[in-house]
Design a protein around this ligand. Sequence first.
Ligand code: UDP
Length: 534
Amino acid sequence: QSQEVSQARIDYHVALQALQEHGTRMVCSGKMHTDRICRFDYLCYCSEAEEFVFFHSNSSVMLPNLGSRRFQPALLDLSSVEDHNTQYFNFLELPAAALKFMPKPVFVPDVTLILNRFNPDNLMHVFHDDLLPAFYTMQQYSDLDDEARLVFMEGWGEGPHFDLYRLLSSKQPLLKEQLRNFGKLMCFTKSYVGLSKMTTWYQYGFVQPQGPKANILVSGNEIRQFARALMEKMNITKKDEYIVVFSRSTTRLILNEAELIMALAQEFEMRVVTVSLEEQSFPSIVQVISGASMLVSMHGAQLITSLFLPRGAVVVELFPFAVNPEQYTPYKTLASLPGMDLHYVSWRNTKEENTVTHPDRPWEQGGIAHLEKDEQVRILASKDVPRHLCCRNPEWLFRIYQDTLVDIPSFLEVLKEAMKARPNLKKTKVTSTVHPGRVRDPQCQTSVQTSNEAKLTVSWQIPWNLKYLKVREVKYEVWIQEQGENTYMPYILPQQNYTFSENIKPFTTYLVWVRCIFNKNLLGPFADVLMSCI
Ligand code: UDP
């Protein structure tokens, strides 16, 4: 991996002339700053000013051409976290003629992806905010391949998980601080700026209390393909049946870990192994996790590694006293994505005598000594952290950084109950995710029986894709609406035609919709509405 950006691969004079003549070109996708990704030719960066620069010439392009709306609030989000005001991207503008008076630019020949990492110190954030979004942004643009260069502009150092970022391409990623080494003015021949938010499933509580995103667009399939690609790069191979306890050794401890391990081994008659970020390399942890039947851990970023568990595995997340598992669900949401095929269970310490608090620690590790006495008393008496916003709520930090003596009987009880309800993976596997097409050739006929009785016969053909599929259950849904009414009657039918006579009035116009449903929940589109005049 070469640290230097090679100048040999491009003809410097040709590049400089192109920049001077054509200036910068930008074409973006996305309607808003929150869903925008921009592709640039000759986007430049001035390390002195710490600003990106767009050079205008007669043939430069800026699409969307927002004028000063570009600053309301920004052109785009540079991280995958939606509309975070510390993560905005914009550039300064200059006429290309100004180049004559500027330091000679250094050209970056690689196709570059420019982004902000959101919190590179925390493993959950590394995967959810950076690695998955970067991986799929790269899949979206075919020239962002294994040779692509990543540039991290958030301004942090490498951080403890830099090796993971290195897996995204064969070239060493660059940090903002390293850009100075390339001179005062560097120009990216071809670059993309911004990250796709398509794969994120969690919002951290900046504007409303944390929780799953409102409109999740990723399924377990994409998460697993990402996991497989990463595992290939880490040279990971498969193993047999055992349970993993992911242990934390500095904060939020399980105080009786040995006892917990013994209990698990006895209950499930399986080997139990422990892993920890403090003691092992990340690839060796993934090696262990990727073969495990169950992963047990305190709530915390290390649980993001459940995306490497095999299908059918169980994720057991432990919560300290006064922390409601339903309110902190990044890992539950992940495990429950359709097609992730993980079984998620949470356990919560309900016994106050089994918790160890740390009121005297610094505030960011949950200390409360800096608070008013009344507030300390209130927090100590509270048995449930109320809903709150990110990121400095002292009651939340106090409770989430408690150590816990896990009550073994109640823990095993929760686990046994959950295992009973565990879905059969074989059954879920045959459930494909192929949706039905429209029903074909829908028709309806009416007949008047008497002055107050009528019949409506609806028929249709199977969707075109059904003849190539093995589907466990095929049903049809028919909606009948009297014209002008705003309610409709829904019917679920196994066959391809039906004659309705109940609630059908003569001399009335009905609107009829028909769609196909596979396996109870895979809905197809409705066929064009039928109109029946009786
Ligand atoms: N961490 C760890 N062991 C510990 C405490 C933290 O490995 O005893 C890791 C944790 O998995 C995360 C990072 O250090 O990647 C920051 O931990 P923190 O408690 O701040 O965040 P959380 O785990 O609550 O997301």
